[in-house]
Design a protein around this ligand. Structure first.
Ligand code: SAM
Length: 463
């Protein structure tokens, strides 16, 4: 038990009482969700627990509508970059677990440049740095050096414009260093909010301290990082408990810092070297997982939702309709994994990815399915983080800012990386979508900027 903002008894009671929500109660909750009214904790719990197919299909419809209203058809693209697999923790689900024996490594700055060159050739502008925890072998100064190296790289087609960071919970002082290094979102998954399970799966190392991990975002906020992204690893504990934990965590941050999670990630446990996935009794099946994604979308409409290549092609297609707003593409989960000239190195994937398609084929499919792949990083570069981003999202103005930026970055991607067929499709989407920009001035500016890109000029105007 802990004295944190996560009250397990409160969550258990919510889930227990939700079992008694009958069809008429569920119908009222769904009507309320459909009117875009904020749901109470007990109403969210009722949606989570329902197994009635009609209710679930309405949950999907409502989540889809919310997604469309707030995010339109834009999908933000990113890729992970694993820089080090040294780790002093023993997390029973992770192949970087200190107890698993393999040749560990971290990238040199030259190797980082090699990796980033390849990621840039895929068209990526937004990366997420990933690392195990080891102050000795992967110190905060090393991470800062990686960030600086990446930001300093300039290519013919631009540069990496935003680096999100997914490294272990650390001190306020270290978070201050990350803030000064201009990171995008600081991402940290709680793994599970269920403390007994947390203690079971974190066998040793600093990460074993539940409260240290739970309060990491408070320290990050105290250090000035107002752009944070949460998540749980679905498959460890009761998923419904964890969704309620995520929402309470978000509310805690909103109350204390006036801004909650910028993003919520929904990683699901995958097979990994040294791990037997069948040892985990709470694996979440596809149907339940889809319901969870849709309920999170309804519960926190303005929070971006991130889906990685842990999910397979079909699942990604389905979940994009239910609320996901950001996906990775062309991902590799091993240190040095993007480079071809490191084949003589022994490495270890953190987990096996389930969508191995190239970034270009994922991006092409998104367009064929009616989405606008977006490479925009303008909010971060324009200082629209934390409560400034949220007020933009909540005012509905987001469409007037994000849509033109998405179209311009798609135009840029298409000119730099697309073949003729891709360019044709991108041009068709851009022409169609420009008319959805409500503000006349922004519309004409967007047309002007798209034309500039097509002429090969002007790459830094979309802030
Ligand atoms: N070391 C940092 C930490 O402790 O938070 C970063 C963690 S790691 C690079 C990113 C995430 O991968 C973890 O937080 C965990 O949720 C997820 N992960 C680890 N093993 C996994 C597995 N077998 N399947 C799916 N996701 C996994």
């Amino acid at each position: 038990m802990n004295d944190s903002f996560i009250d397990p008894e409160y969550i258990n009671n919510l889930l227990e009482n939700a079992k008694f929500a009958d069809d008429s109660v569920l119908a009222l909750v769904l009507d309320k969700a459909d009117r875009a009214e904020q749901l109470s904790h007990s109403e969210i719990a009722a949606l989570l627990l329902t197994e009635n197919h009609d209710h679930i299909s309405r949950i999907f419809d409502i989540a889809g509508k919310i997604k469309k209203r707030i995010y339109g058809n834009r999908i933000v693209m990113f890729a992970p970059l694993y820089v080090s697999n040294y780790c002093i923790n023993r997390c029973s689900y992770c192949s970087f677990n200190h107890g698993i024996n393999f040749n560990r490594s971290k990238l040199t700055m030259d190797e980082i440049r090699e990796e980033v060159k390849i990621l840039e050739m895929m068209g990526h502008k937004r990366l997420a740095i990933e690392a195990g925890e080891s102050e000795k072998d992967c110190s905060i100064d090393y991470i800062i050096e990686c960030i600086k190296t990446i930001y300093d790289m300039k290519f013919e087609n631009g540069e990496i414009r935003r680096i999100n960071v997914n490294i272990a919970a650390t001190t306020t002082e270290n978070y201050r260093k990350l803030k000064n290094a201009n990171i995008g979102t600081y991402i940290l998954f709680q793994e599970t909010y269920h403390e007994p399970t947390y203690n079971d799966v974190h066998l040793a190392g600093p990460k074993k301290d539940f409260l240290w991990h739970l309060n990491a975002f408070d320290r990050a906020q105290d250090a000035g990082i107002d752009d944070v992204g949460g998540g749980v690893l679905f498959g460890l504990a009761n998923p419904y408990f964890d969704v309620m934990g995520l929402l309470l965590h978000n509310e805690h941050l909103e109350k204390k810092y006036n801004t909650g999670f910028h993003t919520i990630s929904v990683p699901r446990l995958c097979p990994a070297a040294g791990i037997n996935i069948n040892d985990f009794p709470n694996l979440v099946n596809d149907e339940t997982f889809a319901k969870i994604v849709a309920v999170i979308r309804i519960a926190v409409p303005f929070t971006g939702m991130i889906l990685s290549t842990r999910e397979n092609h079909d699942m990604r297609k389905k979940l994009l309709r239910l609320g996901i707003s950001q996906i990775s593409a062309g991902s590799n989960t091993e240190v040095g994994g993007y480079s071809v000239n490191n084949l003589n190195k022994e490495s270890q994937k953190q987990f096996l990815v389930n969508d191995e398609r190239s970034a270009l084929s994922i991006i092409s499919e998104l367009m064929n399915d009616g989405y606008i792949p977006s490479f925009c990083t303008a909010c971060y570069r324009g200082g629209r983080t934390g409560d400034r981003f949220m007020s933009l999202a909540k005012s509905g103005q987001i469409g007037n800012v994000c849509l033109p930026n998405a179209l311009m970055t798609l135009c840029e991607y298409s000119m730099d990386y697309g073949d003729d067929k891709f360019k044709e499709k991108a041009a068709e989407i851009i022409k169609q979508e420009i008319h959805h920009i409500m503000d006349e001035n922004i519309r004409s500016k967007t047309i002007e900027n798209v034309e500039k890109i097509r002429c090969g000029a002007g790459r830094d105007f979309f802030v």
